[in-house]
Ligand binder design. Structure first.
Ligand code: FPP
Length: 244
């Protein structure tokens, strides 16, 4: 694709949905679907950053996903335990920083928290882009934690309540990232499921029917074409395209 004619979003969010249905359609187990989803994510990440995207946030596991069957949760936790470090090594070679958004306590095993901290540590100097994995994540939890941290800083006289503004809230999120420009949810489901609600306030939304394991580089380029065609107004008027 000729990327010179394409608008590249600075921050892309992807809700990785449809692993289970992808597997079911092929007579495979849900776990095999998640495994394939992970394999796809590794390949897709490389492509996304090559197009010029600077920040990629993916929803890998929500705070609510712990309600799934023990078998499925155990499989996913083992996958994360075994793959996060490999992923960090791969990203470091590409000069991409790996960060995680989400609660870093129970019910997540200490071993996984240690791996997460290490992944962030080994990639912290990387400058080519930021990969943000939302794990044990929920937007409501993030906002509640942000308000608590902000309250502590006000109590400690770092600033006064009158200084609080909209931009400041970003610094109190799990990671201090820019707003999401383009939010993709694969598999045809039409909801945001508690994913980066503050950061996605003005995101362009895209809901391809493709299940995540099949959402490849070609599908991503198709999504970029769609993004390029959108007229982003942020509540105002785009005078370049307004015709009356
Ligand atoms: C939702 O599909 C997917 C998940 C809950 C897990 C997503 C995780 C990955 C793709 C692996 C990422 C791995 C790493 C190491 C970052 P679903 O199971 O809800 O699918 P369904 O709606 O078709 O059942």
């Amino acid at each position: 694709m000729d990327y010179s004619k394409i608008k590249i979003p600075n921050h892309v969010g992807i809700i990785l949905d449809g692993n289970g249905r992808w597997a079911q359609e092929r007579g495979l187990t849900r776990s095999e679907g998640h495994q394939e989803g992970f394999n796809n994510l590794m390949k897709l990440t490389e492509h996304v950053f090559k197009t010029g995207v600077k920040v990629l946030s993916v929803y890998a596991f929500s705070t609510e996903n712990f309600k799934r069957s023990k078998e499925e949760v155990d499989f996913l936790m083992n996958l994360f335990e075994n793959k996060f470090a490999e992923y960090a090594k791969d990203l470091k070679e590409k000069n991409i920083r790996l960060v995680f958004s989400g609660g870093r306590g129970k019910p997540v095993k200490k071993k996984i928290i240690d791996i997460i901290n290490k992944c962030e540590e080994i990639t912290k100097e990387c400058t080519n882009g930021i990969m943000n994995i939302c794990f044990n994540y929920g937007s409501h939890l993030e906002l509640v934690e942000a308000f608590k941290k902000m309250h502590t800083d006000i109590d400690n006289h770092k600033f006064s309540i009158d200084d609080v503004n909209e931009d400041m809230l970003y610094h109190y999120m799990f990671q201090d990232l820019p707003p999401i420009d383009f939010l993709i949810r694969t598999s045809g489901e039409l909801r945001l499921s508690n994913f980066m609600l503050y950061q996605a306030s003005y995101a362009e939304l895209y809901f391809p029917k493709t299940y995540f394991p099949s959402f490849d580089a070609k599908e991503f380029d198709k999504a970029l074409l769609e993004y390029t065609s959108r007229d982003r107004r942020f509540g105002g008027i785009n005078y370049e395209t307004k015709n009356n």
